[in-house]
Design a protein around this ligand. Sequence first.
Ligand SMILES: [Zn+2]
Length: 386
Amino acid sequence: MTIKLYDLDSHLRRFEARVLSCESSGDRWRVLLDQTAFFPEGGGQAADPGTLGGAEVLDVQEEPEGIAHYLDNPLTAGETVIGEIHWPVRFRRMQNHSGEHILSGLAHRLYGYENVGFHLGEDVVTIDLSGELTWPQLLELERLANEAVWKNVPIRAEYPDPEVLKDLEYRSKLELTENVRIVTVEGYDVCACCAPHVSFTGEIGAIKILDMMRHRGGVRFTVICGTDAQRDYAKRSEQVKTLSNLLSVPRDDVVQAVEKLKAEKEQLERTVAQRDQKLCDMRLRNLRQTEGNLCIVDEFENPIAMRELVNAGMALCGGVCAAFSGDDQNGYRYIIGSKTVDLRSEAKFINAALKGKGGGQPTMIQGSCTASRAEIEAYFMEKNKE
Ligand SMILES: [Zn+2]
């Protein structure tokens, strides 16, 4: 079996190994080594990226014959190659994984909850606990986890003897009696785990819980640690700085400033809606009974106001009631209604005259046109004279 160098030294980035076999596997090459520092996918963590003998390591899987490395180029069996782990990715994963153990260990000790789901994603880590916690309880968990970081306690990975293992209290307890890898965060957690971890909690850096949701009778929360937390803090800090400049208030006051802005916007919207209604009422009052056409060109607030006006106008005129909204520069949208004229067949003449397009029912059509206000008004006035 492949010797797992990452078990002996989680900080090993570069190693030498002998190629035991290399065979093609689809469009990739499957390589077995005598030893490897590449962590294979497992326990919620993806396989380590990196290079092996100059070839790209695309995937690493633990298989019955040993740890299989899937490469983009072949290697030669028997040769000795250099393997290099893509360290920033691996270290980020170790920071997050070790941070997860501390949080899960604390949740277990304080509330008796089990970790029932763990996913180490590209941006964040998600943790599922078997019982519910409130947001303040999670924040307290976060505070205690950060305390564990400041204490800089050691993290050990070892395979205890069956005798020791039998009586050992640990999370994720397995049926197995030997070859169980136990990861201990001194004073905080003991858990069965196959992944590489940092050596001291200080390496984790900040631990930050971002949010939570209820999930299957428990909670699911997202966490970022170390480099992820630092990057996130830098981003949030820039965002608050920009907001503070935009709002012209100190950084600590941005929330109140946005709340005030929101209240002002709602007040303005109410005022505008009242004015719109007054305008609608005024337009309706101005409609006059006529045997001919009615034509109203205006800047309407919305299509509903336009349609209401056309409905009212249709009842008052003998021809068509046409409402146009817009201006000469950007063109107009129209709604035209009639009780006497078949607008579906009239539409092509209207569109031809006003450089427009649109259609609809015999009693109402809608569309848009690029004719000027003067041309629009002239068209419907001319019709009145016919
Ligand atoms: Zn683990």
